[in-house]
Design a protein around this ligand. Sequence first.
Ligand SMILES: [Zn+2]
Length: 226
Amino acid sequence: MQKIDRNMLHLHPTVRELCKTLQEELDERSHPGRLFEGFRSLDRQAELYAQGRTRPGHIVTHTRPGRSIHNYGLAIDMVLFINGKWSWQENGGLWEEMGTIGSSIGFTWGGTWSSFPDRPHFQWMGGLTINDLQNGKFPETDDQEWLNFINFQLTTRLVRKKNTKKILKELGYYDGEIDGIIDNETKKAIKKFQQAEELEDDGIVGPVTWHSLLEKAEETGIELFT
Ligand SMILES: [Zn+2]
């Protein structure tokens, strides 16, 4: 199972700020609510969705990969942390208190949803819908580092690998098959590209190299796999 992500930098800058404010408000009241999970990768969403369906365990989510607001860094789950342990138990109005504070600062609180109330869940979508997000729109931000991160995350691995090879081939760094396999020849080509672009030449396509590859593809009009 993929790890739970509590890295605030993986959240959209506005959500990051809201999360910080909510935490400060809770701390001031000695409320035990804490960030349990923020951004969630498509891989982790797929694993959670499989649980209770194609894998053992209880069903924990009705949301497929790409349909969760967490997949876009626009949602957080806040859970009670009591005596060194996470607790999802009813606790004398603590969930409602957290929901009220979250709503007052600008979050939408999942505890008010009529079909599946989701009390730990807070989200902010900047006026967009889930379909907007799936079509590649994000709430505006000039935080390029976050945009690189989220674009990288939302491209499936296979598509990313195939496009990496296609772009490297068209740019003249690589001369083999275009498939989903990153072999030694591909790694060498990635390194050559990174050196030419003055990036860290680790031979791995992370968010920065991916962004750079996409820029080159756009500049030179390379058509990509989707
Ligand atoms: Zn949630």
